[in-house]
Design a protein around this ligand. Sequence first.
Ligand code: HEC
Length: 162
Amino acid sequence: MLSMSARHVFVAASLSLALAACSGADGGSAAAEAPPVIKERHDNFEAIGDAFKAVRGELEKDTPDFALITAKANDINARAMKIEGHFPAGTSTEDGFKTEALPAIWEKPEEFKAAQQKLIDESAKLASVAEGGDKAAVSAQAMAMGGACKGCHDKFRLDDEK
Ligand code: HEC
């Protein structure tokens, strides 16, 4: 009998935990005071990361799908253009939000914009090089695009891995 009711309590507790997790994900509960743009930029960067992963995955194959690489590069290009609009003032690591956006973004706006432009340019180039179907050339350009990610992250993204 005791174990039965203990089990009920457990089930009820995990159900309410699950419900709490759901409402948290909707952004509808108490703690969610962060501006929606922070989630938008996270989602945008996650998608950029996934697209780049897909590109690298193709390049590990003997016969990469170059059309897919072009499509992913175009996706990165379109998302790269959105970066600037995702960083309104007051949304850095110093503003108390869960973010890796360093204050340098707002201290050196020209440099940040140049780093964004570099990704726009390198991803456009990747899309066009991929149309040529030369694996070595595409790999080299994918590396160059990766340099654009790193170039910006080194200066403007909090490094939490050290
Ligand atoms: C112009 C600067 C810039 C460029 C270029 C850039 N990133 Fe980022 N990235 C950032 C910043 C800033 C953050 C942290 C955002 C935050 O935490 O609010 C970030 C975060 C991320 C994240 C973590 C997701 C998140 O927001 O928590 C991933 C994944 C990522 N970037 C992948 C990439 C890849 C892959 C590329 C290149 C194809 C790239 N980024 C290019 C600035 C950049």
